[in-house]
Design a protein around this ligand. Sequence first.
Ligand SMILES: *[C@@H]1O[C@H](CO)[C@@H](O)[C@H](O)[C@H]1NC(C)=O
Ligand SMILES: *[C@@H]1O[C@H](CO)[C@@H](O)[C@H](O)[C@H]1NC(C)=O
Ligand SMILES: *[C@@H]1O[C@H](CO)[C@@H](O)[C@H](O)[C@H]1NC(C)=O
Ligand SMILES: *[C@@H]1O[C@H](CO)[C@@H](O)[C@H](O)[C@H]1NC(C)=O
Ligand SMILES: *[C@@H]1O[C@H](CO)[C@@H](O)[C@H](O)[C@H]1NC(C)=O
Length: 471
Amino acid sequence: MIKLALLQLGLAAASATAASEADYSAVKDGKLGFISMPLTRRENKRPSLRARDNDVPLYNQTSVSYLIELNIGTPEQTVKVAIDTGSDELWVNPDCTTSGSVDLEQDCYEHGQYDPNDSSTSTVTSVENYIPYGKGEVQMQYVLDNITLSDSTLEISQQIFGVAVASSELNEGILGLSYGMDVNLDYPNFVDMLYLQNQTNTRAFSIALGSKDTNIGGTLIFGGVDTKKFTGDLKSADILGPQNGEQLARYWVNLTGVAFTNDGDSSAYDMNTVPVVLDSGSTLSYLPEAIVADMATDLDGEWDRTNELYIVPCDTAEKTDTMDFSFGNDITIRVPMYEFIWEAASDICVLGAIGISTLDVALLGDSVMRAGYFVFDQDNGAIHMAQYANCGENEQAIPSDGKATDFSGDCTEEDAEDIINGDTSSGSGSGSGSGSNSDSDSQDDESGIGALTGNTGAAFILAAAVAFSLL
Ligand SMILES: *[C@@H]1O[C@H](CO)[C@@H](O)[C@H](O)[C@H]1NC(C)=O
Ligand SMILES: *[C@@H]1O[C@H](CO)[C@@H](O)[C@H](O)[C@H]1NC(C)=O
Ligand SMILES: *[C@@H]1O[C@H](CO)[C@@H](O)[C@H](O)[C@H]1NC(C)=O
Ligand SMILES: *[C@@H]1O[C@H](CO)[C@@H](O)[C@H](O)[C@H]1NC(C)=O
Ligand SMILES: *[C@@H]1O[C@H](CO)[C@@H](O)[C@H](O)[C@H]1NC(C)=O
């Protein structure tokens, strides 16, 4: 979900400061900044997809979320939230009745709700805030409470987060993983607190979403990397400052090129470098119209006027072609067609990118991110990337004097080819295991939500479950 920049009158900032004296004492350097989200921008409207030949809505387009489980309060109350690199705040308790469908509503209730009145460690503040996303919005009240993650020793004391008082079109709470204190927010968010309370050595976390075609959940590691989830070295793309006239820090990087590789022949699309946000909370990617139109031409896409996206033949997803995204000279993530094409309903396949005008925020969502391994490194101002592969598990903490780029992937090129060719069955078997013997080689196939493989020294690893919520 992309959090939209909005005009803000400093109300929340002012009252949060008032509430802060006692509440923020857990923060070691206790410095409060200011909220800076001053400009409005146009909403990226996500249409509901309709059948081409009639006007009956088939389903709504918001399909896949990556969820983790949080235990909040004393005694613990369990809720599931979507991990989201496109926004920066944590909140819970969506209004399920506005989810959009009976199924989504049911899903929403199953994600759980948190009641601060039932927790002896909660503090309810009078501070409220409003967050609009690309789709959906929430009005929330700030609460402080302790948070743990299942099956781990992780414990955050007195995290500040939102409890929704009203929301629309959101069927799950959101764990925003973007910049917090002193950058976008005047309080430490979840990523900040992990660092400030010495649970991680660095404000960095890594994400392998995992393939959409398997039950294998993705892996999110706060303060660490899993070297058996990628091949080659991690290469760094500098995070850009605010773009599009916003004053919001986001995970912007330069997308320098896109190419289509068809039967081994690669042809680059004609384009200028474009800043894009890496957004794990978005199913599809949003790119300049001209590039998307060229992709559609190559993939025999047909413009669907009603839904404003391209429908492509479903057998495209079976081809071994790739859409290749470059971030500077030495980083290219090759996205297999079966990841890039979204089978939105039986026999209806959608191109994984939607065209936008230059006024909109361009972003790479899950349709691209599933093909890569990404370390979001706030401390070094870079996203470190590599081609996703899966050859087991070797989770390592990034030391306080080290960098994510000190680690290289344990998987072979072949492991990555297997994924690109849609052969995800080989899993841990073919791993080269070059020298790392802490390898538990456990397939991370715990489909349980928030299945947590533990604390490997200042790093927390969770297997995020994939929830499909198609209508
Ligand atoms: C899709 O969502 C919109 C609101 O986002 C809602 O008005 C519409 O009824 C939904 N469609 C279906 C088929 O549920
Ligand atoms: C918690 O208690 C307060 C005061 O008793 C009440 O106003 C509020 O509605 C309660 N909140 C919930 C979620 O029940
Ligand atoms: C939980 O919150 C209370 C404050 O209400 C605090 O004293 C305590 O240390 C926190 N942490 C744990 C692990 O209970
Ligand atoms: C974190 O570690 C630092 C340095 O070791 C220490 O000074 C600080 O008190 C610790 N903070 C917490 C919240 O434990
Ligand atoms: C991003 O691209 C722009 C335009 O080509 C360039 O001026 C800028 O230096 C690039 N920034 C980084 C960090 O690569």
